[in-house]
Design a protein around this ligand. Structure first.
Ligand code: FES
Ligand SMILES: [Fe+2]
Length: 443
């Protein structure tokens, strides 16, 4: 069980908090590269409870820094992005992407610009995403070695969606496999679905057994059920430090992806989904259908977004939200056309985790044996954050970024009776790895 005090330790991510300091050891996917235009308007960027701006300078370099001008704290969001830096419109001081003050025109010579520095963070671009490191070290560690970052940028699909709740409850929805047969598929009966359909086994047995263990990258589970005869239907999934998930919504052999749940502040999270376009998953397969060809209710595709605004929390918000009950259709719910009454797998997860409130009251919960992946993940996060605070032990994957390369999730049917982690290793070595596929010749 998680006490109220542990709940606060786990969910608060601002500067100086235990979990906030853990998060600041890692690279964070913060914005889409396309959001930043050379010499264009800066964007407001809320990250780990800090108000930042991001901009792209005349040379195409990205700057991410505290939004307050170090002179008298006017917001650099209002600044002029011109000729290699952002110029504050109050007294004209100007900063380059590294935060150096490069012009101080309101001060008679000799000025002291070399003594002034905006609070800038390390930023790099990869896979069409701007990554930020918010630690205070001069040198940032290597990027996490996710397999999806081995893929050429044009083969990576990038999706950002804001979620209005704490990062932890968002990520716990990802590693909670036993909800699948209810929230997403409670209205689907086994006799209506083809036996080779990936959802078939999740609805023939809605209470799977699990293995759960710590992994070098975080935690891992394998949910398993009989697939008839001597075969077993396996679903592997991962939590990866500090806020990533890999879910079993695709074929294990090619399901190369990573899903970040980036804390914007304690009550808002940005989902950042990096997916290999050539992997076989629910995103690349047709909409799920019954045997007779009718689409399965509630599995509608696509996301309807509100227009982005320049607000701190104005980017990539869905049109369906608490104010309109996430599009709840009570008729579809009562007729069992859609178990939840909400159309779209992602939206169903979004509605459920947002419905818990901004930050879950952990003292109110009653966790069950089917929640063991959640309890283990909380423990792993807490232990790592406390080890950093108390003994300065760097958490997993910061310096040893290669641990992430062995994280893979997905489903498969197998009659191999090896212990589950051996089975995982064997399947992983037989899987498709983007790094071993020759890059396509330049056109
Ligand atoms: S507050 Fe920015 S230049 Fe004065
Ligand atoms: Fe879900």
């Amino acid at each position: 069980m998680t006490s109220a005090a542990e709940g606060r330790e786990l969910t608060q991510i601002g500067p100086g908090t235990v979990m906030g300091e853990l998060m600041r050891q890692y690279w964070i996917p913060a914005a889409q590269s396309a959001e930043l235009v050379r010499d264009g308007a800066p964007i407001r960027l809320m990250l780990l409870g800090e108000k930042l701006i991001a901009f792209r300078d005349s040379q195409g370099r990205v700057g991410v820094m505290d939004h307050r001008c170090p002179h008298r704290c006017a917001s650099l969001f209002l600044g002029r992005n011109e000729e290699g830096g952002i110029r504050c419109i109050y007294h004209g001081w100007k900063y380059d992407v590294a935060g150096n003050c490069i012009d101080m025109p309101s001060v008679p010579p000799p000025d002291f610009k070399q003594k002034v520095k905006a609070k800038a963070y390390h930023a790099v671009e990869r896979a069409g995403v701007v990554w930020v490191h918010m630690g205070d070290k001069a040198e940032a560690p290597p990027l996490p070695a996710f397999e999806i970052l081995d893929v050429p940028d044009d083969e990576v699909s990038v999706t950002f969606i804001q979620r209005d709740c704490n990062y932890l409850q968002a990520i716990e929805g990802e590693i909670d496999t036993s909800h699948f047969g209810f929230l997403h598929a409670g209205h689907v009966h086994p006799e209506d679905v083809a036996e080779d359909d990936p959802v078939f086994h999740t609805i023939t047995n809605r209470a799977p057994e699990y293995h759960v263990a710590d992994a070098p990258w975080g935690t891992q589970y394998a949910a398993y059920r009989s697939a008839g005869g001597d075969s077993t239907y396996w679903r592997f999934a991962n939590f990866l430090f500090p806020f990533w998930s890999q879910v079993p919504a695709g074929e294990f052999a090619s399901h190369v992806h990573a899903r970040a749940w980036v804390p914007l502040d304690d009550g808002h999270t940005m989902f950042c989904f990096l997916r290999w376009k050539r992997g076989i998953s629910s995103q690349t397969q047709p909409q799920p259908a019954f045997k007779d060809g009718r689409p399965i209710g509630g599995t509608g595709r696509g996301y309807k977004f509100l227009p982005n605004t320049t607000d701190w929390l104005g980017r990539f918000r869905l049109a369906a939200n608490e104010s309109n009950d996430w599009g709840m259709d009570r008729e579809a719910q009562s007729s069992n056309a859609i178990y939840s009454g909400i159309d779209g797998i992602h939206l169903q997860d979004q509605a459920i985790t947002e419905s818990m409130g901004s930050v879950t009251d952990h003292a109110f919960e009653h966790l069950a044996p089917s929640d063991q992946m959640i309890t283990r993940t909380r423990r792993r996060l807490l232990m790592a954050a406390r080890a950093l605070r108390d003994n300065n032990v760097l958490p997993p994957g910061v310096e040893d970024a290669e641990v992430f390369r062995r994280g893979r999730s997905g489903y498969f049917v197998s009659d191999d009776k090896s212990p589950w982690q051996e089975l995982y290793a064997r399947r992983l070595s037989a899987a498709v790895h983007p790094s071993s596929i020759p890059l396509r010749a330049a056109e």
